[in-house]
Every structure is written in C-alpha cells, then in structure tokens.
Design a protein around this ligand. Sequence first.
Ligand code: GCU
Length: 659
Amino acid sequence: MKNTDWSQLWLAYHKVSDDGGKWHISFDGFDEKNRVINSLKNEVSLALPKLTGAEITDTGADTELKVIKDSSIAKEGFVVKKMGSTVTIGASDENGALYGMFELLRLITLREVDADFELLSEPDNPLRMMNHWDNMDGSIERGYSGRSFFYVNNEIIVDDRTRDYARFMASIGINGIVINNVNVKQAASYMITDRYFSKLRELSEVFADYGIKMYLSLNFASPIEIGGMDICDPLDEGVISWWKDKCKEVFTELPELGGFLVKADSEGRPGPFTYGRTQADGANMLADIVKEYDKLIIWRCFVYNCTQDWRDKKTDRARAGYDYFKDLDGEYHDNVILQIKNGPMDFQIREPVSPLLGGLTKTNQMLEVQIAQEYTGHQIDLCYLMPMFKEVLEFRTHCQDDKDTVADVISGKAFGNKNCGIAAVINTGNDLNWTGNDLAAANTYGFGRLAFDTTLSSEEIAREWVKLTFALSEDAEDKLVKMLLDSRRIYEKYTCPLGIGWMVTPETHYGPSVDGYEYSRWGTYHRADHLGLGVDRSDKGTGYAQQYYKENAEIYNDPKTCPEELLLFFHHIPYTWKMMDGRTLIQYIYDTHFEGESEAEELAAMWDSLEKEIEPEAFARVKQRFDMQIHNAREWRDQVNSYFFRKSGIADEKGRDIF
Ligand code: GCU
C-alpha cells in the first residue's frame, strides 16, 4: 500500500479498502453537462475504484451519492454528509460541488467515513491563486523542480500533465492561476497577440474544466514593446486607446481569462513612475478598461529602488511599499487588487508582516507568499512553510478593534471587500514528482488548504498531506509530521539570525555569503561592525517601525519589547546584549548555528529511519537532498560563526571550534 505513482502527488488514491461495493451518482439542480460537473464525475470514477474497489453503477447500488444544489451555502462552499448508505454533497455552485467531491475523496483516503457525519466548509478567501514565474523559453525564475510545463521554446504546451496539474489545484481549492513570470520579457510580451491566442484558449479551458480562472502577467510597456508606440504613459490618450483595443481583442479571444497581474516600476520593470504618474494611475487605467469585461487587475506592491544608497540612515528598502502605496489608499478602483508580499523585504526566513497589510483600509488586498523556496532552501533543504504563513495570517494589524488580523483583511472580513485573497509563488516544474524534493509538495498542498480554510493548523495540514501521499505506519507518520513541523525553525537557526535577513549568495540565493547582498555597493546590508549588528528601524533610525499602527509600532520601536526573533530586523544591537534567557547576543548566534546544523543532521537521520516504509526512488531522492542540506547547514554554521567571531573578537563560551 505505497504510493507508486509520484506523478500523482496527493491524488495517487492508494487503496484503503476493498469493500467499496456499488455506487450510484445522481445530480439534482446541476447540469450534468457542465464542464466542472463533468470533471467531478471523471474524478470520482477514477478515484473510487482505486481507493475502495467500488464500482459505479446505474442499478442496484449499495451507496447513493447525491450531488445537490443548495443555494444556502456560500459561494464555492460545500456540505458533505453521510447518513447510512446515502452520501450527499451540497453546494450552491459547480466549484463548491467539485471541492465537496474532493473533500469526500480525502475523507475516504483518511478513513474518516465509517460513521455518519456532516461537514460544512466555506472558503475563507475569495481568491486563492498560484503565481507561476515561468518564462516562455521554458526556464523558471526561482524554479527548483526542472523546467516549465507550460512553455517549451516559446511555445505553449497543453497535454495530460496540464490536466493533472489542474486536478491537483482544484483538489486543494485553488481558483486562479497566473501562468507566466511577473518579469514579462521578450516572447512573453507577445502572449497578448494572436501568435498565442489559440493555445492560450485551450489552456484556459482546461483550467475552466476545474473551476480555475487563468491570468496573465502583463508588460506595462506593451504599447511600446508590441504596439510600436513611443510611450506607455497611463494618462496618455493614445496609450489608453491602444489598451482599449488590445483588451477587446484579448477578452474576445480569451473569454475565460480572469485578468492581469502587473509588476511595475521594480527591478528594472517599466511602470508609471517613468512618466511622473502614481501606481494608482497605472493600475486604474488598466482596471477601467478591463471592467467592461468583468476582469481584475492585480497590481503588485513589490516596488522599491534597488539602486538606493542606504548609507543615509533614513533610507530603507523595507519602507518602500508603504511609502509608495499608503497615501493612495482609497484611490484604487474596485477591480484593482494590491498584491502585497508577506514581509516588507523579500520572502526571507523571518520578516515582520508588511505594514501595508491592514495599513490600507480602503483598498482590496491580496497576500503574496512564496512556496518556491527561493530564500528558504531551494527545495533542497526541508522547510515546511505553513507555520510561517500561519503567523502572518494570525498577526493582529490593529487596523481596527477586532477583525484586524491579516486573515481578516485579505478575506474581506475586516472591510467587506469582495476582490481579495491570497496568492503563492509556486514551487512546481516538470520533474516527475512536480516539486523536485518530494517533501516540498507539502507546501504546495498546504498552501491551497490554508488559503481555503485559514483556521486549519500547520499540523493538521501536514498530517493530511502525509496520509494522502504516503501509506505509513503510525509511528513513521508521526516522525514525518514532526520533521515537517520542526523544519522551518531548524532552517532559521543555521541561516541568518533574528530577522536580519539575506546573508545568502547573491543572485542564486542559496548558501551563505554573510556580506552578500546583490545591491551591496553601499556596504554590507546587515550593518555589522566590531560592536554589534542589525538595522536600526526605530524612530531614531529609518523610522520603518512607525509605519505600523501604534500598538505594534511601540512594541517594535524598543529593543526591550521587540519580539526577539525580529530583534536584528528592527535594531542595531551590541554583541554583549543580554537575550531574554540571559545569553549574550553573540553566544545566541553561536549556539543557534551549532544547534541548527546538528538538528539538520537529526532530520536526515529521521528520514533514514523511514527507509523501510518509503519507496526506494523517493527515499533516495529525498536522502540525496538531506545530504546536501547537511552540507549547506555546515557552511552556514561555519561562515556565520567565524564571521561574527572575527568581527566581535568574543570567543564561544563553550569553547567549540569556530573555523
Ligand atoms: C525577488 C526575486 C526575483 C523576483 C522578485 C519579484 O527579488 O529574487 O527573482 O522577480 O522577487 O517578486 O518580483
């Protein structure tokens, strides 16, 4: 009873029993010819026989499966109910019915269907999206699982794998997918031309079969790049009229498209700043045009000046998002959503929550996280990210007295928005197992589950994923769940300390380089000298801490009240500073790096102990990655410890070797 088909991820449907009997499926209120309902039927016919040996039949059924329209259930929500030999799935729309079916299949796999039950689930976030950073030449920016499965040599691919991918996404409740990199360059700019319409339509229809809307990343300079114009000023009449014609063409050709994602004025991408216009000018211009087609403009807030000179104590990259976007709160039109990275910097292992989340109160907001492990171990090192995402979602912004968490803000519960939600930069590629490291699929699965139900715990999600993916003894299952749950903490221990961030090899972002920040021409990013390290972001420093509401600003402003895990993000701290447990800062750095490395070795040993229960190929794939993780952890430990030993001249109290 082991997963033998690694191409099927958590939908391998390994057998749980042989007593499925005969099932009859009926629909009430749903059109059986509807494309999503059709996918539902296909999935259940595939899964039930595999899971339980059940046969789908028209007569003489042992189990009646009724799929019933029920308008009392929220959009995309569902009820799954079992009473005796009748199983009912209720939903007010097709997506809800499909999600209900996947829930039923999940419960069967988890062996949770013996007794009668009733389960209601309604999605917390209206939009639950995956963002691909796939390029049309087939490469993937920050991809660690092979090449793109959407593009080969500037052509779009639609095949069985595309359909499998859509199934996986629907099974975890994803309803929007951006198929191309936010850095829209070369051929990708031509995706909104007739060169690609027919393939894009085919792709969008595969997604539509699973209730998923396809989105495209847009090049803001398209009027120049593909339109032959001289400018792309969002307030220029000629530019506006070009976009009107273009959108008419695009949405006539691609009616299933959900809209566009835009990265503007950042890291070399074009945008409204060139013309002295604001981000709102740029976003609203496009939004007004696509509104007619009922489409969305998702506008990223990852806007900063990567050439800035931070020797000036007030200059701070972390401030940029808030500085550029906050003053325009209320100006963004209804079909604009601002997509905000979880932290103010860039997907580091530890950052405070972006002050824009909840800082904006009159604007649609989407949270952007990254399950591609760019700064968190490249899907070589184990780093299960749900604990980090939970912290972000549960963070109280204090934007109002209650309903003020990030989860409240992005779900629309705080301010009543309809266009909002959560997106992840995805970690997939064309490797057979989709995610390179088999264990990285826990993040793919987990993100979707959490996006749908933000109340699920990291452990619940990890356990579900382990059970669906592997067939392990209880003991082995517990071990693997524990490995996942500990992994982020371990990675954090052996990499950059206490929220300082970076210290990674520039450009690749894997492995240590303590002074290595790609925009380092103004000195080291972490501000370490012989007395201490960290960036002063208090009111005496860059003032970043003041971007939060008072309650948080006060806590962050003072090193004595600042959460310790963020101490070096907010403050420049002497090596002799006493941590809460009495250790000095420098000793804390030494200790955590020694511990992190040895805990990485323990993770590897735990994996070894599972050998008998895991199939050889998967076992070997993951084992090879743990070997690399140990090597990485040693490099980090040694480079960080020796760097700070040399800077501070303070020896390790425990007398360990620091190379
Ligand atoms: C990071 C990442 C880039 C990416 C950028 C973004 O800086 O390294 O590859 O393009 O984020 O989010 O736009």
